[in-house]
Design a protein around this ligand. Structure first.
Ligand SMILES: C[S@@+](CC[C@H](N)C(=O)[O-])C[C@H]1O[C@@H](n2cnc3c(N)ncnc32)[C@H](O)[C@@H]1O
Length: 275
């Protein structure tokens, strides 16, 4: 079968810098913001006409940070805590065609740039298409939620150390935004940890994820995630060995996307000195 011809219409500039810490579904974290500038070749002055009257949009994206070597027909969603489900009964990013489907709130449009909220995608994610969310057609009357109904997202209490509370205020001032504490609460209450990863689940282990321009360090103890600090000195960098692996995984679609200006990047966190 011939490969489909897909184009990247723009790259998302999202507050999430890595997969860990990015919400597992859209709209779970209303304060998760992003912008998307539609490339000039798609004539945004014409192609975006009329979109500003919609409150929500569907984003079709390309999971460019996938590092899986193969696609498994059964996957283990975090919500099933070790249980498995068919790939096509899931929203796993690891699929034969690694294409994401996210509903986002359309805050406003400025020129060629969409301002979005409720995002579940990492910074730089290539966007393949935007479609308006149309309640008349997109809400299915009598829809059932399958296995997800019996497996709610795990939920944690969220707390801030006195130092972290000060860091939040500093971050809001520096970034000129409000609501950083609420943003972190909404992210951490979902329990980011992979239930099958024992290293992540050790009680009291300090974990971190990058958001905006800071790294959030937190610990989970007895059902409470405590934010310890927001650090601005740590950096993420491209890990060459994984980048090489990504390149080896290229399919025809990847090649097309790369030609259209997308290059897979794999990131890992730098350890704090002494951490
Ligand atoms: C479970 S997927 C759901 C995405 C979309 N709502 C869907 O249903 O297709 C969301 C997760 O994908 C991962 N993710 C986000 N952006 C990604 C990217 N560009 N490449 C690979 N994985 C990504 C993050 O770990 C995030 O928590």
């Amino acid at each position: 079968m011939t490969s489909p011809s897909l184009r990247v219409i723009g790259r998302l500039r999202s507050c999430f810098r890595e997969k860990f810490g990015t919400p597992r579904q859209p709209l779970l974290v209303p304060g998760a913001t992003a912008t998307l500038t539609v490339a000039r070749e798609h004539l945004p002055e014409h192609s975006l006409s009329g979109l500003d009257r919609f409150s929500h949009v569907w984003l079709l994206s390309y999971f460019h940070l996938n590092t899986n070597k193969m696609v498994r027909p059964k996957i283990h969603p975090p919500r099933l805590r070790g249980g498995s489900i068919g790939l096509f009964a899931s929203r796993s990013p690891h699929r034969p065609s690694p294409i994401g489907l996210s509903l986002a709130r359309l805050v406003r449009i400025e020129g060629a740039t969409l301002h979005l909220a409720g995002i579940d995608l990492v910074d730089e994610t290539p966007i393949l298409d935007i479609k308006p969310y149309i309640p008349e057609w997109d809400i299915a009357t009598g829809a059932t939620a399958g296995w997800t109904k019996d497996a709610p997202f795990p939920s944690l209490n969220v707390d801030f150390s006195p130092a972290a509370a000060k860091d939040v205020k500093a971050a809001e001032k520096r970034l000129r935004v409000n609501g950083v504490e609420k943003l972190l609460r909404d992210i951490l209450t979902q329990d980011l940890r992979n239930p099958r990863d024992r290293a992540q689940n050790a009680n009291g282990l300090e974990l971190g994820f990058f958001l905006h321009d800071f790294e959030t360090r937190f610990v989970v103890r007895d059902g409470t995630a405590t934010v310890v600090r927001l650090l601005t000195g740590t950096v993420m960098h491209k890990k060459e060995s994984r980048a090489a692996h990504c390149a080896r995984q290229e399919s025809n679609l990847d090649t097309r996307l790369r030609r259209a200006g997308h290059y897979p990047l794999c990131y890992e966190r730098n350890r704090r000195p002494g951490a």
